[in-house]
Write a protein that binds this ligand. Structure first.
Ligand code: SAM
Length: 282
């Protein structure tokens, strides 16, 4: 089936899909690479895969070729005719949703497709909204969500922030705490700027996040508040930085069992969960 589809570069030319920076458009035309990313999200047993930003459809084709059913959310209406051509080659296997992924309930979308064997998210994310999308997916209630894996391309610098532990101080922050709380995240491989059209300025990385079905009990909003306060002034001691929460920071730290003189980057995920629970209980 895939062989019958025209080459991606030809599709891009025919539909006038010149890449737009404002939409984070850096396209992949290398079939080996799109195949590798799709394999990292597989194997697929009729699995529903939500893809954000299919663009002209390089990764979409790879996912379909490997047996996924794909629901693709694309903001750029210019890409829809190219995607419709792919859908015609895989009848009943590709649903296209035009819209802003930030405003779409992706879990509801996957459930609407049936998702009898679980659902996944796989995407070469638009970099301008990548962390906002990830945070939304990980903070969602109820948890675990319908997704059993997320395989996502980020700028390498963001990927390092996702997988960081207190041992990697400079990268360790809110994103690492959030992802470390509810998932097990790891970098699968790096992708050189040359792989994209147009090439971005920086190296990218494909990250795998596996949801932890039983994370430490904690309210996501409380965790967000305490990490925002703590890392907002990351060089200060917690007894100082947590004052921005408008509470007795010393009392909060005592109830969480954390020394007042510690800094945010010294506190592991369990420590932040304890802080969030102490904060929520006030
Ligand atoms: N998947 C394609 C590929 O790998 O060649 C394109 C990836 S490109 C990095 C990001 C894609 O996300 C673009 O097609 C862009 O139009 C789309 N996009 C940007 N912002 C979006 C948003 N808020 N919601 C959905 N799609 C978006």
């Amino acid at each position: 089936m895939t062989n019958a589809l025209p080459p991606l570069r030809e599709v891009v030319l025919r539909h006038g899909l010149d890449a737009r920076k404002a939409l984070g458009q850096n396209f992949l035309f290398d079939l080996n690479l799109t195949g590798r990313i799709a394999r990292a999200a597989g194997p697929f047993d009729d699995t529903v895969v939500v893809e954000i930003g299919p663009g002209p459809g390089g990764l979409t084709r790879a996912l379909l070729a490997q047996g996924a059913r794909v629901v693709a959310i694309e903001r750029d209406a210019r890409c829809l005719p190219a995607l419709a051509e792919i859908a015609a080659h895989y009848p009943g296997r590709l649903a296209i949703v035009e819209g802003d992924a930030l405003e779409i309930d992706v879990a509801a979308l996957a459930r609407a497709q049936g998702a009898p064997h679980g659902a996944r998210i796989c995407a070469n994310l638009p970099y301008n909204v990548a962390t906002a999308l990830l945070a939304r997916w990980i903070e969602v209630e109820p948890w675990p969500s319908v997704f059993d894996r997320y395989v996502l391309m980020f700028q390498k610098e963001v990927a390092l922030r996702i997988v960081a532990t207190p041992a990697q101080r400079a990268d360790y922050g809110r994103l690492a705490v959030l992802c470390g709380w509810r998932t097990k995240a790891r970098i699968l491989f790096d992708v050189s700027p040359a792989a994209f059209t147009p090439p971005p300025k920086v190296t990218s990385s494909v990250v795998e996040l596996i949801p932890n079905p039983t994370p430490l009990p904690c309210d996501a909003r409380a965790l967000s508040r305490v990490t925002q306060a703590a890392f907002g002034q990351r060089r200060k001691m917690l007894r100082q930085s947590l004052k921005s929460l408008g509470v007795d920071a010393g009392g909060l730290l005592a109830r969480a069992g954390i020394e007042e003189t510690k800094r945010a980057e010294e506190i592991d995920v369990a420590g932040f969960v304890a802080l969030a629970n102490a904060f929520a209980a006030q």
